[in-house]
Design a protein around this ligand. Structure first.
Ligand code: 11C
Length: 346
C-alpha cells in the first residue's frame, strides 16, 4: 500500500532532512506534496528524480493527504494541523504546538511507540534534545528505575534553523579575518539582544521563562516526564548553544532506584537498547562526538561512569544528529509505525 504524504516546511532545515529520510527509508509514497509559507512557495525541489514545485500550505490543500509531516513552526502547526486532520490526514508535528496537550501523544518510538495508537489525528514529535536523552534513559528506567536526571547540553546551531547556521558561518569567517562580528539571530531570534556564537558558548536556547529556566530547558523537563510516563522523576536541565553545525551532545547525570547497579550492567543495558550505539572504550579514546554522529540515525552513548560519591548515580555522554533522530528520522519512524500497525485510521 502507498500513501499520500505532505511535507509542511519543505524548504527548511528539517524539511530537507525529512525528504532525505523518506527517500533513504523508502517510505511508501503515492503522491508527495511539498508545502511552505507563501514566501517560499514556488521553490523547486528534487526528490527521487522528479522535480516538485513547493506550494503554499492552505487548509484546502490537505484534501486527500494521508500523512502530513509538519515542521514549519508552531504557529503554522496550530493553524493548519487541525485543518489537515479535519480533511482526514494524520499529522506528525515536529513543533512544540501540541506536545504538552494531554490529548496528543508525544512519541519516541524506542520509548513509547504504543502511545501512537491513542492519537486523535495529531502525534507530536518531541524536541531534539529531549529525544536523544529519553532514548538513552529508557533502558535505564526499564531495568533499574529512574529517580533523578540532571542534564547539560552542548547544542548545534542547526537546531535554530538554516539562518542560525549561516550566522555561525559568516561570523567564523569574520572572526578569522579580524573583522567585527554581526549577530542578528542567536541566542533566540525573537529576543531583544543577540550575541555572537562563533568561538563562543551561549547559555540561552529559546526565551527565558518566569522561573529562570529557558523554554528549551523546560521542554526537556516536561517532555521527558510525559514520554517516560513518570511525573515523579526529577529532571533539571541547562541548555547551551555551541559553535558547531550538527548534532547535539549532552552530559547526563542519572540516579537509579535500584541498589548495587554496576557500570557494566548499565553499559550492557544501553548497548542492547533499540536505536542506540554504545561507543565507550576510554583506553582506546572511543566516545561519541557531534562530527562523527552527523548524518547517522542512531543515538550514540559513551563515557559511562559511576558517580564517585553516590553509588546510585551515573554519568553518560549522549550524542545524536539533531536534524535526524532529533527531528526528521523520529517523525518518519512515527509515520512508519502508523502504517505498520494500521493505526492511521481511528
Ligand atoms: C534548538 N532544540 O536546538 C531546538 C530546536 O521545539 O522542536 C527544536 C525546537 C523544537 O534550538
Amino acid at each position: 500500500e502507498q500513501f499520500n504524504v505532505a511535507v509542511v516546511g519543505a524548504t527548511g532545515a528539517v524539511g530537507a532532512k525529512m525528504l532525505e529520510t523518506l527517500d533513504k527509508k523508502n517510505f511508501p509514497i503515492k503522491d508527495l506534496l511539498l508545502l511552505s509559507s507563501k514566501r517560499s512557495a514556488g521553490t523547486e525541489i528534487k526528490f527521487q528524480n522528479k522535480t516538485y514545485t513547493v506550494q503554499e500550505a492552505t487548509p484546502e490543500i490537505f484534501e486527500g493527504v494521508d500523512i502530513a509531516l509538519f515542521s514549519a513552526g508552531g504557529s503554522v502547526s496550530k493553524k493548519l494541523a487541525p485543518e489537515a486532520v479535519k480533511r482526514g490526514a494524520v499529522v506528525v508535528d515536529n513543533t512544540s504546538a501540541f506536545r504538552m496537550d494531554p490529548e496528543v501523544p508525544l512519541v519516541v518510538p524506542e520509548v513509547n511507540e504504543e502511545d501512537i495508537e491513542k492519537h486523535n489525528g495529531i502525534i507530536a514529535n518531541p524536541n531534539c534534545s529531549t529525544i536523544q536523552m529519553v532514548a538513552a534513559l529508557k533502558p535505564v528506567q526499564d531495568l533499574f528505575g529512574l529517580s533523578r536526571v540532571i542534564v547539560s547540553t552542548y547544542q548545534a546551531v542547526s537546531g535554530a534553523g538554516n539562518e542560525a547556521a549561516e550566522e555561525l558561518h559568516d561570523q567564523s569567517k569574520a572572526f578569522l579575518a579580524g573583522e567585527e562580528l554581526e549577530a542578528n539571530i542567536l541566542p533566540a531570534s525573537g529576543d531583544k539582544k543577540h550575541y555572537p556564537i562563533a568561538f563562543n558558548a551561549l547559555p540561552q536556547i529559546d526565551v527565558f521563562q518566569e522561573n529562570g529556566y529557558t523554554f528549551e530547558e523546560m521542554k526537556m523537563i516536561n517532555e521527558t516526564k510525559k514520554i517516560m510516563h513518570d511525573d515523579s522523576v526529577h529532571v533539571a536541565a541547562t541548555c547551551v548553544r555551541l559553535p558547531f553545525f550538527t548534532s547535539h551532545a549532552e552530559s547526563v547525570y542519572v540516579e537509579v532506584d535500584k541498589e548495587g547497579v554496576t557500570v557494566e550492567q548499565l553499559k550492557e543495558a544501553i548497548a542492547n537498547a533499540d536505536g542506540i550505539t554504545l561507543q565507550d572504550d576510554p583506553t582506546n579514546q572511543v566516545y561519541p562526538t557531534p562530527l562523527d554522529a552527523a548524518g547517522k540515525s542512531e543515538v550514540f552513548v559513551g563515557r559511562i561512569r559511576q558517580d564517585l560519591d553516590n553509588t546510585k548515580g551515573f554519568h553518560l555522554w549522549v550524542v545524536s544528529d539533531n536534524l535526524l533522530k532529533g527531528a526528521a528520522w523520529n517523525s518518519v519512524q512515527i509515520a512508519e509505525s502508523l502504517v505498520k500497525n494500521n493505526w492511521l485510521k481511528k
